[in-house]
Design a binder for this molecule. Structure first.
Ligand SMILES: NC(=O)c1ccc[n+]([C@@H]2O[C@H](COP(=O)([O-])OP(=O)(O)OC[C@H]3O[C@@H](n4cnc5c(N)ncnc54)[C@H](O)[C@@H]3O)[C@@H](O)[C@H]2O)c1
Length: 401
C-alpha cells in the first residue's frame, strides 16, 4: 500500500447479501484501480453481536459496532455505507451526511418520495461542504451497459423510439417460499417494483440519457400470505398469524409490476419487473430501438452487448455480438485479457472505484441522491397509476426552502 495515498475509512451497516458484495468490492477496488484514497474496512455495524463478529472476520473488517450512530462519531469512519433494508436508509444517510461523513446508500434510495426528498436535500447541503452521497444502482457499472450508454450518446443508433426492459426473477413463484422483509411494505417500501423495477428504471434512463415523464402501471400480488421461515427474525415473527398450525405472514407488497412509460425524448417504454418468471433467475433484458439501429442486453449473458446497425448492407446486416471485454471498453481494461469475462461482483468494484475517484476529485458521484429521488418519483407514479387506473405524470417535489 502506498503510504502517500490517504486512507478513506469505511463504516458499513448490514452484513448480509449487499454487505458481502460491498465488502468484497471495497477490498478489491484498490488492487485493480488507481484510486486517490485507499478504502480502509474500519467498522462493520450490525445488531446481533455474535453474528456480527463472525461476519467481520469473514468479510475482513477491523472492528465492529452494534449501534450505527457510533459510526458518526468515530474518527476512523469517513464514509458510511448503508446495506440495510429501505426503512433505515433515510435516517442513517441524513444523520451521516450531517455528521460530515460521505454516504453510499443502497437502492432504492428510500421507501417513499418524502424520505427521498429529505435525503436529496441533505445530500445537496453536504455537497456544498465537500461531503458526497451516492445511491447504489450498481448495474450501471456493468461494462456492456456502460458501452450501451456510450453508443447511444455517440448517436450510433440514432433517435430512440422504443425502450423494452424487463427484470425477471422467480424466487417467489413457489407459494411456500417463506416471508422475508422484502415482502413487508413498512420495511421494503414496495415489492418487485422498488427492488428490481427500480433498476430497470435507472438503467433505461441512464442508457438513453432521457428521463421517464409519465407512466401507466399495473401491480399484482399473486400470493398474499406466506409461511414464516423457522429462522425468521423476531420483527417478522411478531407480525405473524397462526393458521392451521403454521405461522404465516401477510405479503403487503407487489409480486410483479408492469408499466408503460414515455421518455422525455419521445421514446416509448415497456417494462416488467417480477419475482414470478419461472426459470428466470436474474434476467435484466434491455432492448433499445433507434432510427439507426438497436441495442440488446441480458444480464444472464452479461459480458455481451448486441448491436444492430440499420445502415449495414441488407445482405449482411444483423445483430452483432460484442464481447465487452476489450481494453477499450468501459472498465474492462482494468481486469483480464480480452475474452476473460467479468461477473456480478465486478459491478460493485466499479461502483467503489468510481465513488472513491469522485470523492478524491471533489466531484459529485453519480447516481446522486437527486437521481435516486427521481427514480423514487417514477416508482410512486407507477403505484399511483395502478391504484387509480390512469396515466400518472412524474412529479419531483421541490427542495425544502
Ligand atoms: N445494488 C443492488 O444490485 C442490490 C442488490 C440487492 C439488494 N440491494 C439493496 O440493498 C439493501 C439491503 O439488501 P440485502 O439484499 O443486502 O438484504 P439482506 O436481508 O441480505 O441484508 C440486510 C442486512 O441489514 C441488517 N439490518 C436490517 N435492519 C437493520 C437495522 N435496523 N440496523 C442495522 N442493521 C439492520 C440485517 O441484519 C442484514 O445484515 C436494500 O436496500 C436492497 O434493496 C441492492
Amino acid at each position: 500500500m502506498d503510504p502517500h495515498v490517504p486512507q478513506l475509512g469505511i463504516g458499513m451497516v448490514g452484513y448480509a447479501f449487499m454487505g458481502a458484495a460491498h465488502s468484497q468490492a471495497w477490498r478489491t477496488a484498490p488492487h485493480f484501480f488507481d484510486l486517490p484514497m485507499h478504502p480502509d474496512l474500519s467498522v462493520l455495524c450490525g445488531r446481533d453481536p455474535g453474528r456480527l463478529t463472525k461476519a467481520a472476520e469473514r468479510l475482513g473488517w477491523e472492528s465492529t459496532e452494534t449501534d450505527w450512530t457510533r459510526l458518526l462519531v468515530r474518527d476512523d469512519v469517513d464514509l458510511v455505507d448503508i446495506c440495510t433494508p429501505g426503512d433505515t436508509h433515510a435516517e442513517i444517510a441524513i444523520a451521516a451526511l450531517e455528521a460530515g461523513k460521505h454516504v453510499l446508500c443502497e437502492k432504492p434510495l428510500a421507501n417513499s418520495v418524502a424520505e427521498a426528498r429529505l435525503m436529496a436535500d441533505a445530500a445537496e447541503q453536504a455537497a456544498a461542504q465537500g461531503v458526497m452521497a451516492m445511491v447504489g444502482f450498481t448495474y450501471r457499472r456493468t461494462p456492456a451497459i456502460a458501452l450501451a450508454r456510450q453508443l447511444v450518446s455517440e448517436g450510433r443508433i440514432g433517435d430512440i423510439r422504443h425502450v423494452r426492459a424487463q427484470y425477471l426473477q422467480d424466487w417467489l413463484s413457489d407459494p411456500l417460499s417463506p416471508m422475508t422483509w422484502r415482502l413487508q411494505k413498512e420495511k421494503a417500501g414496495s415489492g418487485a417494483l422498488g427492488d428490481i423495477g427500480a433498476h430497470v428504471v435507472d438503467l433505461t434512463q441512464f442508457i438513453t440519457g432521457q428521463g421517464i415523464v409519465t407512466v401507466n402501471g399495473l401491480l399484482e400480488t399473486f400470493v398474499s400470505e406466506r409461511p414464516m421461515a423457522d429462522s425468521a427474525s423476531p420483527a417478522l415473527r411478531s407480525d405473524a398469524q397462526v393458521g392451521e398450525g403454521t405461522l404465516t405472514g401477510q405479503v403487503t407488497v407487489d409480486d410483479a409490476a408492469v408499466f408503460l412509460g414515455r421518455f422525455s425524448g419521445g421514446a416509448l417504454g415497456v417494462f416488467e419487473a417480477t419475482r414470478f418468471a419461472t426459470g428466470r433467475k436474474n434476467s435484466i433484458r434491455i432492448e433499445i430501438n433507434g432510427s439507426r439501429g438497436s441495442l440488446a442486453f441480458d444480464f444472464e449473458d452479461m459480458n455481451v452487448l448486441e448491436l444492430y446497425d440499420a445502415e449495414d448492407l441488407s445482405e449482411t446486416a444483423g445483430f452483432r455480438r460484442i464481447l465487452v471485454t476489450e481494453p477499450g471498453h468501459p472498465y474492462a481494461g482494468h481486469w483480464w485479457p480480452p475474452g476473460h469475462g467479468l461477473g456480478y461482483e465486478h459491478g460493485f468494484v466499479h461502483q467503489m472505484a468510481d465513488l472513491v475517484t469522485a470523492i478524491g476529485s471533489a466531484q459529485q458521484p453519480l447516481p446522486s441522491f437527486a437521481d435516486g429521488l427521481q427514480v423514487q418519483c417514477v416508482l410512486a407514479a407507477i403505484e399511483r397509476s395502478s391504484e387509480l387506473g390512469t396515466w400518472a405524470p412524474i412529479a419531483v417535489p421541490a427542495a425544502a426552502a
